[in-house]
Design a protein around this ligand. Structure first.
Ligand code: NAD
Length: 326
């Protein structure tokens, strides 16, 4: 019989730090933890006052008495008082997005995606925080032949963003492998995450708003690209499981394990909204990969996790939230 090391989800996280808590995935993760009774210190440099997206994401969290919001930049805030007494750190803060990582903003990517990891790991090890869970990305795989990517595949990042995410993984693991390190690491390679409050620059948000508002959708490349779209609620469950599993110091794919083409996404959007999606074709952009698909065997074995929400169901939830927001 195959022995698995799945997470004991009955174990309770008493107090955790979530970085990037005002972001798309960080706010969903924080909410799930708060609902489970965990005290969450939510760190983000975007505050409610000056950033409407952050305000929308933080709005529901601030009503929880066990939420401690902290508006701070991880590049320069003192981290030991933040991490003190935490059972785990979920390090999601980063500059996401492939396109803007080319050119002059690269320094900002290095700071947000690599240097913050160095600071977090340094403080976590000194304070003997048990586990750091890092948000990494499927982009580390680069171009594939369309078959599923396994964690043991050789990475081939095709954009500066992807290079920073691969560096972040390796940096975490290097710290965790230091002699006598009390902190262990799980680096999760998220595959295109979607759901309510998805970042406005991401495809499904753009498709649904184009359908709702009848504004043109710019489609890059030949439209044949395939993505493994992963529902944010499924990502949150995997992320919490990664903080509890006895398995450690490795990378794990978090994806739906199935791939969908852009034209199928457009079909679902048409069906859900009853409206067509006006499309403007544009040239492919550097760094975009033709296909992503996760092999999720490791996630099933080490986290006892599998995705539950279908793309049509998840897109419907995202659409409903957009309609509520007006
Ligand atoms: P997001 O932009 O919505 O959230 C990231 C948050 O991090 C932002 O609120 C930002 O203000 C914060 N942040 C960045 N630098 C910071 C700093 N120096 N100090 C404090 N806060 C800082 O992005 P997201 O889509 O929620 O992504 C979360 C994580 O998941 C990122 O690490 C991203 O690389 C990774 N990821 C996301 C996807 C996806 O499909 N959304 C896919 C793969 C990996």
């Amino acid at each position: 019989m195959h022995m698995t090391q799945s997470a004991d989800t009955s174990r309770h996280l008493r107090r955790v730090v979530v970085t990037g808590a005002a972001g798309f995935i960080g706010s969903h993760l924080s909410r799930a933890l708060l609902e489970a009774g965990t005290t969450v210190i939510g760190v983000d440099r975007r505050g409610q006052q000056h950033d409407p997206l952050a305000a929308a994401n933080l709005d529901e969290l601030t009503s929880f008495p066990n939420f401690i919001p902290l508006t701070a930049d991880l590049m320069n805030c003192p981290l030991e008082p933040v991490l003190l007494d935490a059972d785990a750190v979920f390090h999601l803060a980063a500059l996401p997005g492939v396109r803007p990582s080319w050119g002059p903003t690269f320094d900002a990517y290095v700071a947000a995606n690599i240097q913050t990891v160095q600071r977090i790991m340094d403080a976590a090890l000194r304070l003997r925080v048990r586990r750091v869970v890092l948000a990494s990305s499927s982009s580390v795989y680069g171009a594939t032949d369309g078959s599923s990517s396994k964690e043991t595949d050789r990475p081939g990042p095709l954009s500066p963003y992807a290079v920073t995410k691969l560096a972040a993984e390796q940096l975490c693991l290097a710290h965790a492998n230091r002699p006598n390190a009390a902190t262990s690491v799980m680096a999760l390679r998220y595959f295109t995450v979607y759901g309510p409050c998805q970042r406005p620059d991401m495809l499904i948000h753009r498709v649904l708003t184009a359908a709702l508002n009848q504004t043109p959708l710019q489609v890059f490349g030949d439209g044949l690209q395939q993505r493994d779209f992963t529902y944010v609620g499924d990502v949150v469950r995997a992320t919490i499981a990664a903080s509890l599993t006895p398995a450690a110091n490795t990378v794990i794919n978090v994806g739906a394990g199935s791939s969908t083409s852009l034209s199928d996404v457009l079909d679902i959007a048409r069906r859900l909204t009853g409206r067509s999606v006006p499309v403007i074709p544009s040239r492919a952009r550097a760094g975009d990969v033709p296909a992503t698909l996760a092999d999720i065997t490791q996630a099933q074995e080490l986290l006892g996790w599998k995705p539950e929400v279908s793309l049509a169901e998840g897109m419907e939830r995202q659409l409903r939230r957009l309609q509520e927001a007006g």
